[in-house]
Design a protein around this ligand. Structure first.
Ligand code: TYM
Length: 332
């Protein structure tokens, strides 16, 4: 039976990239009558320094974002990673299965550690091993993510295969990444070659889910573009990354595809297109931001939702960890 898991780091505000690349698609999978688990990966967040107060705030705000965007706690299990200790427990087993060389090849590790790898935390290096545990502790079959997480899911499959091979079992499944739609890689509004990210120093590079209508309009108005009108076909956007990004954002917000958007706006200038993109973005994001703010007035209710999600998730994780320990030879 299909089981869906995904997670987001509570390491800052939620961006339009997180929404279109991940949360909106989490919501779409919830209605297929399949089991869905969505996590705030707080243990991953602390692989780089987080102030405790910010971490608490960001975890709850991310939960509010999940719920405001349409995740229903009655249908999906919503919880924070540290509340289901089996993630960290299986993560340790995987630290002993995965190889240093595998971790060294991860592009996210290389980007985040930068030049001074000796000074990065050990947790940052082992990050993908814990991520594999997040996924495999539920025998997850499908993981909706943005393009940037593809390499980590491939590594998850490598870890599952090596565990199965080393212990001569057919225990962990080969999880499939689900990377689809027109917003699997939303780019910075200031530079079409960089991913939109919560860690970009310029707030003008991204749209945050809690931005006001005025902020959103201003950021789109100032977004980098080129002087040409919009073409009729997608092929003509191949070397116009900023234009392509805005078209993809429009398509993802509207729930259509880039070609449909081009057919609608063919021949128009950005001066005409941008205000329409702003209106669409404000119409779609405004209510979510407002609902997040409302939910954040009731953090005790958020905490209750997460506790109940964690309890349901543990009921799945516990027997899988027990079986793993048995396979590995831990005496009980
Ligand atoms: P994180 O917190 O960086 O991002 C969360 C999700 O948002 C997607 N995303 C984007 N999609 C499109 N365009 C963008 N500009 C953009 N920026 C972010 C990411 O691809 C991701 O799906 N390692 C993960 C968190 C994680 C996880 C897991 C995910 C931990 N354990 C298990 C899935 C399964 C991360 O850092 O995501």
């Amino acid at each position: 039976t299909p089981r869906v898991f995904s997670g987001i780091q509570p390491s800052g505000g939620l961006t339009l990239g997180n929404y279109l690349g991940a949360i909106k698609r989490f919501v779409a999978m919830q209605d297929d009558g399949i089991e869905t688990l969505y996590c705030m990966v707080d243990l991953h967040a602390i692989t780089v320094p987080q102030s405790p107060a910010d971490l608490r705030h960001n975890t709850r705000e991310l939960a509010a974002g999940y719920i405001a965007a349409g995740l229903d706690p009655a249908k999906s299990m919503l919880f924070n990673q540290s509340q289901v200790p089996e993630h960290a427990q299986l993560g340790w087993i995987f630290n002993c299965v995965a190889r240093m060389g595998w971790m060294q090849r991860m592009t996210q590790w290389k980007d985040k550690a930068g030049k001074n790898q000796q000074n990065a935390s050990l947790g940052l290096f082992a990050y993908p091993s814990l991520m594999a545990a997040d996924i495999l502790i539920y025998h997850t079959t499908h993981v909706p993510v943005g393009e940037d997480q593809k390499q980590h899911i491939e590594l998850t499959r490598d870890i599952a295969a090596k565990f199965n091979h080393d212990y001569g079992v057919d225990f962990f499944p080969m999880t499939e990444p689900v990377i689809e739609g027109s917003a699997t890689r939303v780019m910075s509004l200031r530079d079409g070659s960089k991913k939109m990210s919560k860690s970009d120093p310029s707030d003008m590079s991204r749209i945050n889910m809690t931005d006001t209508a005025d902020d959103i309009a201003k950021k789109i108005r100032k977004a980098k573009t080129d002087p040409d009108p919009l073409p009729a076909s997608l092929d003509d956007l191949a070397d116009r990354p900023e234009a392509r990004n805005l078209i993809n954002i429009y398509a993802a917000l509207e729930g259509s595809d880039a070609q449909t958007v081009l057919t609608q706006f063919e021949g128009q200038q950005f001066g005409t297109f941008k205000p329409q993109l702003s209106d669409l973005a404000v119409a779609k994001l405004g209510p979510i931001g407002a609902e997040m703010e409302r939910l954040m007035q009731h953090t005790d209710e958020i905490d209750k939702i997460l506790a109940s999600g964690a309890e349901r998730a543990r009921a799945i994780a516990e027997p899988i960890l027990a079986k793993t320990y048995q396979i590995v030879g831990m005496v009980r």
